[in-house]
Design a protein around this ligand. Structure first.
Ligand SMILES: *Cc1c(COP(=O)(O)O)cnc(C)c1O
Length: 381
């Protein structure tokens, strides 16, 4: 069994993907070809945002967002402590200071009480200039953008949505990747919408930022690539990846998003039926929908987790730990000052376990995974 079965997905979509790839090969337009422009229109339309600018990967998408907002040295950017490294890495790479904020223990997303505390702490210290909040849609579930936007407005901060895992998710305010002043996503193969290599995109309704990002992604171009008006990057998506994504976006809209929601509902029903509240299944707040980048359980502690993971592996079932180390504990951030405690992030890093999740898991697969999990928990292993 695969944790995320991309080969199975290819078998299902093979005819269309092969056709799309061959067309690109024959076209000779390997950089910024027709499919890139079409994909940007299709993504902007799906998300309901004026501008979509594709780029080389989800990390660059965040970097482009920060650069377009002029964030750099001396600036503070609030980032959840429990996320993938890139969410905070980009802040430090731009010379700004990541301020780690605790997460909500149920949603895994940025906690607004901790966010307020962190803002107060930075304000009282009076050294850094507060610029932005990066709210992450962890595991496919949008962050609480209603509360985050309210706090941002009070303090004059930009909201950046790191939607690398969120594409397809929803909340009352709208669909993921439309929820920040600037939103970003990743098309890394294992993300909810993935290509066959690296890819990413930036979304915004703001014309000025969109123009800036279009310039930044091609060496700070002005009128053309050889008229360079600012220091930029080389960060484009390949035409080949865009063509693959066009096929995959259709499958995502037509059946994959629905399929992962079915898988998640089955997992939750079967696990709760067998184990009651001996184990914590993912929580989806009222009015929200996840795109299930991960299906993540909370176990009792790290030793129970290790036992379960080992035994499931022996049964041929892969599981993963997203994420074993909070940002504030990463070696790379050892010199970054902590403004608030992050007990929830610390605890989650010890007890979370993600089960296989993709649109092509069958009901039999799900039953087998749950049976293995239940057997291990009941025997106390
Ligand atoms: C994957 C991921 C990124 C980075 O995306 P890449 O395409 O791998 O550069 C950023 N943030 C989060 C939360 C992610 O999961």
């Amino acid at each position: 069994m695969e944790f995320r079965d991309l080969k199975k997905q290819y078998q299902v979509l093979k005819a269309d993907i092969d056709d799309a790839m061959q067309k690109v090969a024959a076209s000779g337009n390997y950089i910024m070809g027709g499919p890139v422009i079409e994909l940007e229109e299709q993504l902007a339309d799906y998300v309901g945002v004026k501008h979509c600018i594709t780029c080389a990967n989800g990390t660059d998408a965040l970097t482009l967002a920060l650069k377009s907002l002029g964030i750099g040295k001396g600036d503070a950017v609030f980032v959840p402590d429990f996320t993938f490294f890139a969410s905070a890495e980009v802040v430090a790479l731009e010379g700004a200071t990541p301020v780690f904020v605790d997460v909500n223990p149920r949603t895994f997303n940025i906690d607004v009480v901790s966010l307020k505390e962190a803002i107060d702490a930075v304000e009282n210290e009076g050294i850094l200039k507060m610029k932005a909040i990066i709210a992450v849609d962890l595991f496919g579930l949008p962050a609480d953008f209603i509360a985050v936007r309210k706090i941002a407005k009070q303090h004059g901060l930009y909201v950046i949505e790191d939607g690398a895992q969120g594409f397809g998710g929803r909340m009352a305010e709208g669909i993921a990747c439309s929820l920040g002043d600037i939103s970003t996503t990743s098309f890394f193969p294992a993300k909810p919408l993935g290509c066959y290599g690296d890819g990413g995109a930036v979304f915004t309704n703001n014309d000025e930022w969109a123009d800036m990002i279009r310039s930044l992604r091609i060496h700070g171009k002005g009128r053309n690539k050889y008229d360079n008006v600012r220091i930029g990057m080389n960060s484009r998506i390949d035409t080949l990846q865009a063509a693959i994504l066009q096929v995959k976006l259709n499958a995502f809209k037509e059946h994959e998003l629905e399929a992962v929601n079915h898988v998640a509902a089955q997992y939750t029903r079967l696990i709760n039926q067998a184990l009651g509240n001996a184990i914590t299944t993912p929580y989806i707040s009222e009015g929200y929908m996840s795109s299930w980048a991960q299906y993540t359980l909370q176990l009792t502690d790290a030793s129970q987790r290790m036992g379960i993971q080992t035994h499931m592996k022996e049964t041929g079932i892969p599981t993963m730990i997203y994420y074993p180390t909070p940002m504030s504990m990463q070696t790379a951030f050892s010199s970054v000052h902590s403004y608030v405690d992050t007990p929830n992030a610390q605890k989650l890093s010890q007890c979370v376990l993600s089960l296989p999740m993709h649109p092509y898991l069958t009901d039999e697969d799900i039953q087998m995974i749950v049976d293995a999990l239940v057997a291990n928990i009941k025997t106390g292993k």
